[in-house]
Design a protein around this ligand. Structure first.
Ligand code: PMP
Length: 412
């Protein structure tokens, strides 16, 4: 198979693709370091959605007219794009959802409620986003299952020895993230799926932070479900996808019901549509799906390893410069990380830090990052988090640290 020629990595040319980056905030050029919360959109994504509304807008699947045919074609082509992005075996295994949160809720309520019973066990980790905790807590309450938690070590990595000892013959579901939003830690999903499968459990991967930074191959990972959000992979909000293994999806009951997900409805009984439509009740987010397809198409021009290498360079620069900031403590020291730099500074509350950086045009996120159990475990109220994307530059990282030096001097 011939390898398509990739676009050479040129950060300045890439920045020109993202119109929002070129602006002043509080009198300074914007430095956008809140990419783990949501990433910016290239012009091609904005334009794909505009074009759809200008030229194609119509409902999908049912129309007996040209616009509907075109809308359906574009919408389903975007699903193919997602299949390719995840290297899923088939397009039937790609379910449109609003995002990671909805994907995980779908698995919990559809797979979970129909497969779990009292005494069964669900394993999550100390390192999870609330989206990968609360749906399992609710499922545990509904079914009488027990929730167990994989502890972390000092570097904020999963304690794999402890994970092995948590697995029992009662374990049904293991739900972990590919990469942590709060600390950046990359989790060993392949090893987790191997161990979980040996124990007879399925694995649900929260891919919200994996999809933007890592090569995702659901066949290689061998996971059973993988959920991600469009808005974190340079696509729009309101759309994401759930990959599920076909034999599991086939056996699962619908999650939501109504139009689109049925084959035939009568008052004596209803039959459901085939995959993936069985899980897609109601008019879908058509423009958003097309926007996400455009984002994945945009990403495909690049060698993902090159993007990751650039992000790693940004993180290494941050780690190096942070050593010179008095009172700064890096939180989460896993050697294998996506480009998330989470930190606290002695005597400065993270929310004050956020405001002070914003005054200098630097956007970071502060607080618990929807990972309160992790913060509680670490004994801190929260952190300041700079999360980098491939359109960020070393110069911007240097600006962050120049600003931090100023702030620390002011408060010393
Ligand atoms: N999991 C992780 C690791 C996340 O970072 C996020 C978003 N911050 C989510 C789940 C939830 O994603 P969404 O809000 O797009 O559904």
């Amino acid at each position: 198979m011939t390898q398509a020629i990739k676009r050479p990595f040129d950060v300045n040319a890439i920045r020109d693709d993202f119109p929002i980056l070129n602006q002043q905030v509080n009198g300074h050029p914007l430095v956008y370091f809140d990419n783990a919360a949501t990433s910016q959109k290239p012009e091609v994504v904005i334009e794909a959605m505009n074009r759809y509304y200008r030229e194609t807008n119509s409902n999908v699947h049912r129309g007996a007219h040209a616009l509907s045919d075109r809308a359906t074609g574009e919408f389903e082509a975007a699903r193919d794009q997602v299949r390719k992005f995840l290297n899923a075996p088939s397009r039937e295994e790609i379910i449109w959802v609003r995002g990671t949160t909805e994907g995980i809720n779908l698995v919990a309520q559809s797979y979970g409620r129909s497969n779990l019973k009292t005494g069964d066990e669900i394993i999550v980790s100390q390192l999870e986003h609330h989206s990968n905790i609360v749906p399992w807590q609710i499922l545990a309450q509904q079914t009488g299952a027990n929730l167990k938690v994989i502890p972390i070590n000092e570097q904020v990595e999963l304690d794999m020895a402890a994970f092995k000892s948590l697995l029992t013959e009662n374990t049904r579901i293991v739900a972990v993230n590919h990469a942590s939003n709060a600390m950046g830690t990359i989790n060993p999903i392949k090893e987790i799926t191997r161990l979980a499968h040996e124990a007879g459990a399925i694995v649900v991967v929260d891919g919200a932070q994996g999809a933007p930074h890592l090569e995702v191959d659901v066949q290689d990972l061998d996971c059973d479900f993988y959920a991600f959000s469009g808005h974190k992979v340079f696509g729009p909000t309101g759309i994401g996808a759930l990959y599920g293994r076909k034999e599991l999806l086939d056996a699962m009951p619908p999650y939501q019901s109504g139009g689109e997900m049925i084959e035939r409805v009568s008052f004596s009984g209803t039959t459901f549509n085939e995959l993936p439509f069985k899980f897609e009740a109601g008019t879908p987010a058509i423009a958003e799906s097309i926007g996400l397809g455009a984002a994945l198409n945009y990403l495909e021009q690049f060698d993902k390893a090159q993007l990751k290498a650039h992000e790693d360079q940004l993180l290494q620069t941050a780690l190096k410069l942070s050593a010179d900031v008095v009172g700064l403590k890096l939180i989460g020291k896993a050697p294998d990380k996506v480009s998330v730099f989470s930190f606290v500074v002695d005597g400065l509350h993270p929310s004050d830090m956020g405001t002070l950086l914003d005054q200098q045009g630097i956007a970071v996120r502060t607080g618990h990052h929807c990972a309160q159990p992790l913060m509680e475990y670490l004994g801190i109220p929260g952190t300041s988090r700079a999360s980098f994307a491939f359109y960020n530059t070393v110069d911007e990282v240097e600006k962050l640290f120049a600003a931090l030096q100023k702030i620390v001097k002011l408060f010393r």
